[in-house]
Design a protein around this ligand. Structure first.
Ligand SMILES: Nc1ncnc2c1ncn2[C@@H]1O[C@H](COP(=O)(O)OP(=O)(O)OP(=O)(O)O)[C@@H](O)[C@H]1O
Length: 725
């Protein structure tokens, strides 16, 4: 099938949904009211008796009984597992030489679509001089040339937006109500078309929508400038012409049950206690062991209890007292370990302690706290957390982000704003329109800070701290959180932080969550779809996120899976915001148990019951891999990650991948070690794009800051991308 053919194939069916209509004999009811007769996958966690004590990273992963691979365990080499024993790797097979057979690698013809050997995706996928990834594309991919491919996250929990009825603002009141759709939850969803999902398939040609485009959606020009900003300004209500964005997200839930809805911590939650934590910097306050020790006000304490939090996670134990002491902080902790509450709780406690007053209706709002994050879904998630913890207080949290009607953002703001959660583009828009003043900012939080400071967002963040009115770093508290913190980004971050900032490293900086069982299979590009279907059929309707490299491919694979009668939806930057939210809602509620995503969903998504992450395409950067697989195995729950490793395209990832696997005490397939060895990069630092594995505060090299804990596993690499130009 030629390139044009597959493109046509996607468009012509006019799918109103990715949810296929099932044959009656196979499904009685389902995503469209059907019940799928697919055998549910067993996900029993195979717990070992006790934690494996390693020299630096004490917590350890768990084996799930399921095996995706077909190799013998004997082919894997277990690394650095002095006490890895019993049960840890039970049932786990990693890699499959079988799948690396030339027959499959050279292209199978069992699928309905055959991938040509050349691709147009590689330019986008392998920026920075890495080999182009093999792919199916036709070279007309709008993402291809020069696009950055790192990304943000997307997550979503519930509905969003401010309180009460919007107060019309004539300046921005256009299109009021025209698209008040797109809720995430059943009752709030718009009337659905077609098969009932309402997830209208119209992502192609999705340019011109407003808003910052997430992760691998923004285009970084050779000058390092990011044109997304003007798009955001234009489409979201700024000055440049473009299609008007009319989407008004549904309001957040009002009932207490929904506000405090949470999922259970997992069987490994208590194992967090054994993770080694390193704090560096001078005069760090001691960690707290309980919420009581934090001495929070009664309302906050009640809200913490209602949220189901009984015990602090390590990053919370260390970060909360540091923030309460007024110190700047850079904190790095594994995915899903509670970083959001680690900054929200002490900030809210401070605000309450300082007697924050209810903000009132005003044209210019002056929030005390700014939380900036890279994707729309993530800021919405943070907003919902802030709203939950501030429930019953006078603190008002507001969320604004691109892809929604600008006037709607303004209407949320003018009603009052103490804590503003925003994506960079929309934030700069409202600052530019003088809807937000920065004079009162006491707390500036960069979530996914390494992403916020890299070449995609860094210039915007620099602009933010130079905005008129923004208090200098000496007069504000700056807090940075992420699961990964490359050394070069740590260096850039210092410009934002007071010199005496503290650095908290929970476990290994940039390390994968050890509650995720990682499996890598060698699968040639032409065999991937067949393997994907095989895996998805074997896992039943367990929730699975499938990551691919490009937006087009996300559409294509989602459509393909639907044709295979696997209820699937997709999220990527070319989908309209309403569609993105609909997709996440359908995935979250289980209507579509498979979500095909680009890296826009790699960071921060906190969705209950995501049992699997599949890297259909591996990312080029290992930190991206760490974030992607962190969508499962959250908060002490176990999860599984399966990656299709295409030796042609993924060779440069082999080395850092081996390191991530072994650091997380996972099986390392022998073939992967061989590839890693053969593609050995002299002076390897753990990542093709720089040292992700900065296991320590980078200041330690120069300032001799002392720290208890682990030592760097390798010599620091020369920083890449030092410059934003
Ligand atoms: N102390 C706690 N007790 C119980 N649940 C918690 C606690 N802290 C956080 N959680 C829950 O754990 C989940 C993961 O938290 P959160 O999203 O903040 O993780 P994260 O570290 O920011 O992850 P990521 O790196 O992927 O962004 C959330 O559902 C959150 O409500």
């Amino acid at each position: 099938m030629g390139d044009e053919d597959w493109e046509a194939e996607i468009i012509t069916p006019h799918l109103s949904s990715y949810v296929p209509v099932f044959e009656k004999d196979r499904c009685a009811s389902g995503a469209n009211g059907d019940t799928f007769h697919r055998s549910p996958g067993s996900s029993s966690a195979d717990l070992d008796a006790g934690p494996s004590q390693r020299d630096r990273f004490v917590t350890r992963g768990l084996a799930s009984g399921r095996s995706w691979g077909t190799r013998d365990a004997g082919e894997s080499s277990r690394r650095e597992m002095p006490s890895a024993a019993g049960g840890f790797a039970v049932g786990k097979g990693s890699g499959s030489r079988g799948f690396s057979s030339s027959r499959l690698e050279e292209g199978d013809s069992c699928g309905f679509w055959r991938e040509p050997s050349s691709d147009g995706e590689g330019g986008q996928a392998r920026s920075r001089g890495f080999p182009r990834r093999g792919g199916y594309q036709d070279g007309t991919d709008p993402e291809a040339p020069g696009s950055a491919r790192r990304g943000g996250r997307g997550s979503f929990r519930g509905c969003r937006a401010g309180f009460g009825p919007g107060s019309p603002n004539s300046e921005y009141d256009q299109d009021e109500g025209t698209q008040r759709t797109g809720g995430l939850f059943g009752s709030r969803r718009p009337a659905l078309s077609g098969t009932g999902s309402g997830d209208v398939f119209q992502s192609r040609g999705g340019s011109g929508r407003g808003g910052y485009k997430g992760l691998n959606e923004e285009v970084v020009t050779s000058s390092g400038k990011s044109p997304w900003k003007s798009a955001a300004e234009g489409a979201d209500g700024g000055d440049t012409p473009g299609p008007k964005v009319t989407y008004i997200p549904p309001p957040p839930p009002e009932d207490e049950g929904s506000i405090f809805a949470h999922y259970q911590t997992g069987i490994n939650f208590d194992k967090y206690d054994s993770i080694l934590v390193e704090v560096s910097g001078h005069n760090a306050p001691p960690a707290i062991l309980t919420f009581e020790e934090a001495n929070l006000c009664q309302t906050l304490t009640n809200n913490i209890a209602k949220a189901g939090y009984t015990k602090l996670t390590p990053v919370q134990k260390y970060s909360i007292p540091i923030i309460l002491a007024g110190r700047d902080l850079m904190a790095c902790a594994q995915t899903g370990s509670g970083k959001t509450a680690a900054f929200l709780l002490p900030i809210l406690a401070h605000m309450m302690r300082d007697g924050v007053t209810a903000s009132r209706f005003r044209e210019l709002q002056e929030p005390q706290c700014l939380v900036v994050a890279p994707t729309r879904e993530l800021v919405n998630q943070i907003f919902l957390e802030a709203r939950k913890f501030s429930f019953g207080t006078c603190v008002r949290a507001v969320v604004i982000y691109g892809g929604t009607q600008f006037g709607h953002s303004v209407r949320q703001l003018v009603q009052g704003c103490n804590v503003l959660c925003a994506t960079p583009g929309r934030l700069m828009d409202v600052i530019g329109k003088e809807k937000i003043g920065l004079r009162q900012v006491r707390y500036l939080v960069l979530d996914e800070a390494d992403r916020m400071l890299d070449m995609g967002f860094g210039p915007e963040m620099k602009k933010l701290i130079s905005c008129p009115g923004m208090p200098p770093k000496e007069q504000r508290q700056t807090l940075m959180f992420s699961a990964t913190f490359p050394e070069e980004i740590q260096r850039l971050a210092r410009e934002f932080l007071k010199p005496n900032y503290l650095f908290v490293a929970v476990g290994q900086v940039g390390g994968a969550c050890t509650d995720v069982q990682q499996t890598v299979l060698q699968v040639g590009q032409y065999a991937k779809r067949e393997k994907l279907v095989e895996v998805l059929r074997s896992t039943g309707d367990e929730r699975t996120m499938v990551f691919v490299e490009t937006k087009k491919k996300a559409d294509f694979i989602a459509t393909f899976l639907c044709q295979e009668k696997i209820p699937t939806t997709s999220i990527h930057g070319d989908r309209e915001q309403r569609e993105r939210e609909q997709a996440l809602g359908d995935f979250r509620c289980g209507k579509c148990p498979v979500l095909v995503a680009t890296s826009v969903a790699a960071r921060g998504l906190d969705i209950e019951n995501v049992q699997h992450v599949i890297n259909f395409d591996l990312p080029s950067a290992i930190d991206e891999y760490v974030h992607r697989i962190g969508r499962t195995g959250r908060c002490g729950n176990t999860g599984r990650a399966l990656s299709f490793f295409d030796p042609e395209a993924d060779r440069l990832l082999a080395q850092p991948l081996v390191k991530v696997l072994s650091d997380a005490q996972q099986d390392v397939p022998a073939w992967l070690e061989e590839i890693a060895y053969s593609s050995c990069v002299p002076g390897f630092s753990g990542s093709p794009r720089g040292s992700v594995f900065a296991s320590v505060d980078t200041r330690k090299g120069s300032s001799g800051l002392g720290a208890v804990g682990f030592s760097p596993p390798q010599a620091p690499a020369p920083a890449e991308e030092e410059s934003w130009d």
